[in-house]
Design a protein around this ligand. Structure first.
Ligand SMILES: [Zn+2]
Length: 261
């Protein structure tokens, strides 16, 4: 049920993407379908979202919508998808450094290969890495196990090679939230936790800085995982919004942290 709802939402947004051309690649960024993460998992499903049919023990983990379940500590996570970008990732890192906070970067493998200095800058800043596939196919579950595996494993290897020896990739975020039990299993088999999100800023659509900021203020809960983008096109709105969101979070008493590992 939930899977089909996500798939429908993804299709609708893919159509919007095709019409608007939003999130298209620019400069050194590669993004196979010109898109960005779109379908937003339903935060309300968090508490019950265990793997159906028992799964296997290695995949027996909840899908990670929150770094802690809502109602807990005032802690949130910032996540940035579709990079790295030689242009925008450093600007986002600079904002994070200015406020002394950290984030998780979900990188597309070929973008890491194209911009290894950006991947290394993420590591050097003490931030963390997440695998966001090779081709950003938001329907990767429709292509079978071998394809899913290569999307996950090859991207992980590209990110590790970009980052250099010792690079740790800790999560997998399926493009479009296309998390099936099989995709979670493949992730788990490769040492990656599934990382979803609970606040979708839709920054990739460039809705305006004020809208990005107000979406966070409206939807934020303790434990939220906030989705933004450092890749997929001009991210100047994201950078400007982040410059407001981080100090606002700190004023509200939130700690900004990584998702659980
Ligand atoms: Zn994405």
């Amino acid at each position: 049920m939930k899977k089909s709802m996500v798939a429908v939402a993804g299709s609708v947004l893919a159509a919007v993407l095709a019409l608007s051309g939003c999130g298209g690649s620019s400069g050194t960024n590669q993004n196979a379908n010109g898109g960005s993460s779109s379908a937003s998992p339903n935060p309300k499903s968090t508490s019950g979202d265990t793997i159906p049919n028992g799964g296997t023990k290695s995949a027996d983990k909840t899908l990670e919508y929150y770094i802690a379940h809502p109602g807990g500590e005032k802690t949130v996570a910032l996540t940035f998808d579709d990079g790295p970008s030689g242009v925008w990732t450093p600007k986002i890192l600079a904002v994070l450094a200015k406020y002394g906070v950290h984030a998780t970067f979900c990188e597309i493998g070929p973008n890491a290969t194209a911009n290894p200095s950006a991947t290394r800058a993420v590591i050097a800043a003490g931030d963390r890495l997440c695998d966001h596939s090779v081709h950003h196919n938001e329907a990767m579950s429709s292509r079978g196990t071998a394809y899913e595996t290569s999307e996950i494993v090859d991207a992980k290897r590209m990110i590790e090679q970009a980052g250099g020896p010792g690079t740790q990739v800790s999560w997998f975020r399926a493009p479009g939230g296309d998390f099936t039990p099989e995709i979670r299993q493949i992730s788990a088999d490769n040492g990656l936790r599934p990382l979803a999100w609970s606040v979708d800023t839709n920054d990739w659509q460039r809705p305006g800085v004020a809208t990005i900021v107000s979406t966070v203020k409206k939807e934020l809960r303790p434990g939220s995982i906030i989705l933004m983008h450092d890749g997929g096109g001009d991210r100047s709105e994201t950078v400007a919004a982040l410059n407001q969101i981080v100090p606002w979070l700190q004023q509200q008493g939130y700690t900004i942290d990584f998702p659980d590992m």
